[in-house]
Design a binder for this molecule. Structure first.
Ligand SMILES: C[S@@+](CC[C@H](N)C(=O)[O-])C[C@H]1O[C@@H](n2cnc3c(N)ncnc32)[C@H](O)[C@@H]1O
Length: 275
């Protein structure tokens, strides 16, 4: 973390960014984040009757899967728009607007706490994990899905490469000093969970791919879901935007597989048990 990192500014940026993207996120991105859900719920032993909290629930896709298993899910998210969408899709589930560092639950409320692609969005990960552990029962499981490194996780990597080629400089309103991919490193991820006192920590790697029709579709996926990347691009002048898009289209060509593009997607599933 760089010295100029401001956790509160980052938190507010995240809230506004995900509010802005909530509708499109539900359409274009949950088909990708859903790739991790069954692994996440399996490692947290979510089954009939499990009280499970979905942290950073977004539009509620993990809760939907938990319901299909007969579990009793609750969801929280920082973004009111995300929570509104989740509540609309699942009126019987209790969704709340809340910050991961201040969960509105008594200690020991859940047998499982899961978080699908939320971890890198939290400004203070250690405090966030400690708060998740607090609401677990003794013996309960905390489980995270998070992106693998940019070498293996090419969706964000293609956008970053295009920004780099176009020489794009983020506007001053984009928060700096936060490394979204810090926990793409297995040792760092293990250290985070063990540092919170979790036992029997396990980390598994998962690699797959998505097929998209063309560069335009991939652009729409990224612009409709990636809070920081889309903000950088939207804030930039039209000429640089055009250069980014040209670089993006060219880079996408190297992922051509017949008439479609095949984009490697990779993530880690990490879990540990509360003593
Ligand atoms: C990439 S989305 C993941 C959404 C969903 N879990 C899924 O599987 O697609 C990240 C989510 O983290 C939420 N978020 C960011 N910072 C947060 C915080 N401090 N506390 C709670 N949620 C947060 C965002 O609002 C966003 O909905």
């Amino acid at each position: 973390m760089c010295p100029e990192f401001n956790p509160e500014a980052f938190r507010e940026f995240e809230r506004q960014g995900h509010d802005r993207l909530a509708e499109s996120y539900a359409d274009v991105f949950t088909p990708i984040t859903n790739l991790a859900v069954s692994y996440l719920l399996d490692v947290a032993s979510v089954k009939t009757g499990t009280r499970v909290l979905d942290v950073a629930c977004g539009p509620g896709n993990v809760c939907q899967a938990a319901i299909r298993r007969g579990a009793e899910p609750s969801g929280i998210d920082l973004s009111p728009r995300m929570v509104e969408i989740a509540g609309r899709l699942m009126p019987d589930v209790k969704f709340r607007v809340a910050d991961v560092e201040r969960l509105p639950f008594e200690q020991g409320s859940f047998e499982a706490v899961v978080c699908n692609f939320g971890l890198g969005h939290f400004p203070r990960p250690e405090a966030s994990v400690a708060e998740c552990v607090r609401v677990l029962v003794p013996g309960g499981t905390l489980a995270f899905a998070w992106w693998d490194s940019l070498q293996r996780q090419r969706l964000q990597a293609i956008f970053r490469a295009a920004l780099g080629e176009a020489g794009a400089t983020p506007s001053p309103r984009i928060p700096t000093g936060h490394d979204v991919f810090r926990f793409s490193d297995t040792a760092a991820l293990r250290g985070l969970l063990e540092g919170a006192g979790l036992e029997q920590v396990s980390i598994s790697d998962h690699a797959t791919s998505i097929k998209v029709d063309d560069a335009r579709q991939l652009w729409e996926i990224g612009m409709g879901s990636l809070a920081v990347t889309s903000s950088i691009i939207l804030d930039i002048d039209a000429a640089t935007q055009n250069s980014i898009r040209l670089a993006f289209d060219r880079i996408c060509d190297s992922y051509r597989d017949g008439s479609t593009l095949r984009i490697p997607i990779a993530f880690k599933i990490a879990a540990g048990h509360k003593p």
